[in-house]
Design a binder for this molecule. Structure first.
Ligand SMILES: [Mn+2]
Length: 315
């Protein structure tokens, strides 16, 4: 039997994200049984029993896991958005510290815990990153951030999936640069703190990954109807529920039900139900509109009928 590919993943979360974390692990091991998976985890607020539960889960599936603790840095002092983005916690900053905590690993894939792994990840570990310290997926959904020195949406990446070349990252002091921005320009990066700081620190110095590695909502077109999801997902690697979360009723990600699927298979199956979120009338209307659009694309009969009607009316 050929040697298994080794894949090194970094994950960071705090106790409020235990269910999504298990859901992510469930999807990961289902699609990477041919790989030797090592997880590097920073988790805060877990009990000993919860931590041991995670170790057992990973070891049962043939993986390795290491926990890390950040010392001497209090990320709770770092800038956080003050508007209604309640799903962000200071854990967003943990990604900056992995290159210093992990020994004997040269390439590391950091992934947010609001993701699912739906494909084999080993190929990414042999991508030619063209000497860049990091690789990521462009986030064209964000308005141009000229205040950060970034003048095109194509030049801004989403930090939810970050492939890190640790030696290059350290040599070019990316963490130091990002921390300096966080300390010196907190007002500038208030809305997307870690992501803005990393975009500034890595400006013109990151390799573009295919969108399959960070499938945000914007990369799932409405035109892909529900009945083709299985086929569509075959070419994808990591689904990212950026923005509204799939465990809440106001999620607009087209693939939100895929999260429910893996949550039901996870050890947190009991906690997989969708939480109802109270919305203002304006937001309710917006959500209803997006649900109707989905319904339209999911219903071939409705589409055919509508097209016919339009043709008749334009005569
Ligand atoms: Mn995320």
């Amino acid at each position: 039997m050929p040697d298994k590919h080794v894949i090194q993943l970094a994950l960071a979360f705090d106790k409020g994200y235990l269910t999504p974390f298990y859901t992510l692990l469930t999807s990961l091991f289902q699609h990477n049984s041919g790989n030797q998976v090592t997880l590097h985890v920073i988790a805060t607020g877990l009990t000993q029993v919860e931590q041991q539960g995670i170790v057992d889960f990973v070891v049962d599936r043939g993986g390795d896991i290491k926990f890390y603790v950040i010392e001497n840095v209090d990320v709770t002092q770092f800038v956080m958005p003050d508007h209604e983005v309640t799903y962000l916690s200071p854990a967003i900053y943990y990604r900056l510290f992995f290159p210093f905590l992990i020994r004997d690993v040269s390439r590391l894939l950091y992934i947010d815990v609001d993701t699912l792994v739906v494909g084999d990840l080993h190929e990414i570990f042999s991508f030619d990153m063209q000497n860049c310290p990091a690789a990521a997926v462009t986030d064209t959904d964000i308005p141009i951030r000229s205040e950060l020195g970034i003048f095109s949406t194509e030049e801004y990446f989403n930090s939810g999936v970050l492939l890190i070349d640790i030696p290059a990252w350290k040599k070019q002091q990316i963490t130091e640069k990002a921390l300096q921005i966080i300390q010196e320009k907190p007002q500038l990066i208030k809305q997307y703190p870690d992501q803005d700081a990393l975009n500034m620190a890595l400006k013109d110095n990151w390799f573009r990954l295919p969108t399959a590695y960070n499938l945000m909502r914007l990369y799932v077109p409405n035109e892909v109807p529900k009945r083709r999801f299985t086929e569509f997902l075959k070419a994808q690697k990591i689904i990212h529920y950026n923005g509204k979360k799939p465990w809440n009723s106001d999620c607009e990600h087209r693939l939100r039900h895929v999260y429910q699927h893996y949550a039901r298979l996870s050890p947190c199956a009991g906690a997989s139900s969708i939480k109802k979120v109270k919305l203002s009338k304006e937001k309710r209307d917006k959500l209803l509109r997006s649900r109707l659009i989905e319904f339209y694309f999911d219903s071939p009969e409705l589409m055919a009928f509508w097209r016919k009607l339009k043709t008749l009316m334009s005569r």
